[in-house]
Design a protein around this ligand. Structure first.
Ligand code: DX5
Ligand code: ZN
Length: 219
């Protein structure tokens, strides 16, 4: 039995009832809170910023997994630490000096993640994988929740799993975008360790039961 982690994406929560939705995740079988920060430049959408993250971390009782879809993330690393981030993920495509950025994240005491857009090859991680705590494979184009899953993701997960093994690294593989009960098992079989789920959880009739079912499917 493999302990696959489930990370509901707060982007799909009801922001007028944010505390209620955070408590729901606290009381569920979910493992992490996935928090999407978008700047309207790196991606064609703006989500929310520091005050909302602060409100989330004030109530959240589980690991805070922040996914930065912003240019120049180095400017905000220490701020994200102060706001309660445990895992800080930057985009490969947004970092000119990725090695330096990862070291800066770790120096703050956070786990360092790297997200890859659907078009970005796993091969590009060959010389950096040992420095990465988590690779987030985007299974949709980043910017919006509720999009449909890109099938090529399975191939990327397998390729990444092989790279991690070959380099003897302990990197976790996270999948983000369009995750449902239909693709969860196949993703885990391919090598996924963390599944992000936004709409599938929050649009469900009973989110607590949906998270429980997802956990059952992947274990
Ligand atoms: C997309 C975000 C995802 C999104 C997932 O840019 O990074 O985390 O919230 O939402 P669903 O599961 O609805 O695709
Ligand atoms: Zn995300």
């Amino acid at each position: 039995m493999k302990n696959t982690l489930i990370a509901p994406s707060v982007l799909a929560a009801d922001f007028a009832n944010l505390q209620r939705d955070i408590e729901m995740i606290n009381n569920s079988d979910a493992d992490w809170f996935h928090v999407d920060i978008m700047d309207g430049v790196f991606v064609p959408n703006i989500s929310f910023g520091m005050p909302v993250l602060e409100a989330i971390t004030k109530h959240a009782k589980k690991t805070i997994d922040v996914h930065l879809m912003i240019i120049d993330p180095d400017r905000y690393i220490s701020t994200f630490k102060k706001l309660g981030t445990d895992v800080l993920t930057v985009h490969y495509e947004a970092c000119t000096h990725l090695h330096r950025t990862l070291q800066a994240i770790k120096a703050e005491g956070m786990k360092a993640g790297v997200a890859l857009n659907p078009h970005t090859s796993i091969d590009l991680l060959e010389d950096i994988i040992q420095d990465i705590d988590l690779v987030c494979i985007m299974s949709v184009n980043p910017g919006f929740g509720g999009q449909s899953f890109i099938e090529n993701t399975y191939t990327k997960v397998k390729k990444l799993k092989a790279l991690i093994k070959r380099k003897n690294a302990s990197t976790l593989i996270e999948i983000d975008g369009g995750v449902t009960d239909k693709n969860a098992r196949q993703l885990v079989d391919a090598g996924a360790d963390v599944l992000v789920a936004g709409n599938f959880v929050f649009r469900a009739q009973n989110p607590i039961e949906t998270i429980k079912d997802l956990k059952k499917i992947v274990d």
